[in-house]
Design a protein around this ligand. Structure first.
Ligand SMILES: Nc1ncnc2c1ncn2[C@@H]1O[C@H](COP(=O)(O)OP(=O)(O)OP(=O)(O)O)[C@@H](O)[C@H]1O
Length: 263
């Protein structure tokens, strides 16, 4: 499957304003992408388009080799896992963690179908993989923010998706919880049949080595895209932020330092 995600000359216009324009972006099998962009740069709009919640005003979108307009979007959506703050807000606090994970198979928020023994086994394996098996039997409301994110990622993997979108998954996490979550995401990609991960973040240092490629979005269009080591560099990022910054690589992770902070 070569065209996991393929945007060709995509625009999206609302109320006379181009929210997205000149979007040319291709994600191939085996790549994992980080997406960075300032507030209002169009990240959520782009993700909504990947999921088929909105369609391009002009241009072509192909997801998992399926061309929009020639495919059943609801079927296609089953191949895409999505973890976002809006999903987190929709989860009922009294649900059991394992039921939340299993609900990912049915793309429902609660459990409305009767899970099979295989479903329970898969949920257990995923919770193990994400390092949250100790939460089994507990309700969502008793989990910390970091634990909730792991549950939701396990949920996102339940239907064995081809694409997993993680939209600012570290939001609201303290340093330890964030590093734990990143470790879990990293571990996830060492397993067989890992989906293509699209990871949206505001924090450069969260771009783990697994993210082979990076997309910088600015003002509704692609500012830069390509191999992470080329895009996540002092020169392009200084231009991107319109501010002098330096990137320091430590333990294969990029750390952003504003030049004015140096003595
Ligand atoms: N349905 C809509 N109608 C009009 N404008 C919209 C609509 N959806 C998004 N926008 C505008 O498009 C721009 C991009 O919004 P979007 O939510 O995609 O940005 P974002 O990069 O996800 O921002 P953030 O990091 O703050 O979540 C914003 O200016 C927003 O107000």
């Amino acid at each position: 499957m070569n065209r996991v995600i393929d945007f060709q000359d995509v625009t999206w216009k609302r109320q006379g304003k181009l929210i997205l324009y000149d979007i040319n972006w291709n994600v191939a099998k085996g790549e994992h992408w980080a997406i960075l962009g300032l507030n209002g740069s169009g990240k959520t709009t782009l993700l909504n388009m990947i999921n088929g919640y909105i369609w391009p005003t002009t241009g072509n979108v192909t997801i998992l080799n399926q061309v929009f307009g020639k495919t059943d979007i609801r079927e296609l959506r089953k191949s895409i896992g999505w973890v976002s703050s809006s999903l987190q807000a929709r989860i009922r606090e009294t649900l059991l963690t394992e039921d939340i994970v299993i609900s990912g198979k049915y793309a429902s928020i609660g459990l409305y179908d009767t899970p099979t023994a295989g479903d329970f086994e898969k949920a257990r394996e995923l919770m193990e993989q994400l390092g949250c098996i100790h939460l089994k039997g507990r309700t969502y409301q008793t989990c910390s923010q970091g634990e909730k994110q792991k549950i939701l990622i396990a949920r996102g993997l339940m239907a064995s998706p081809d694409i997993l979108i993680l939209d600012e998954p570290t939001n609201g996490l303290d340093f330890i919880a964030r590093e734990e979550l990143l470790t879990a995401i990293n571990f996830m990609t060492t397993e067989e049949n890992t989906p293509t991960i699209i990871f949206v973040t505001h924090h450069m240092e969260e771009i783990l080595p697994l993210f082979s490629n990076t997309l910088l979005l600015r003002d509704g269009t692609v500012f830069a895209k390509g191999k992470t080591e080329e895009v996540v560099n002092s020169k392009p990022l200084s231009a991107f932020f319109s501010k002098n910054v330096e990137v320091e690589w430590r333990n294969k992770r990029p750390w952003l330092v504003p030049v004015t902070c140096r003595k």
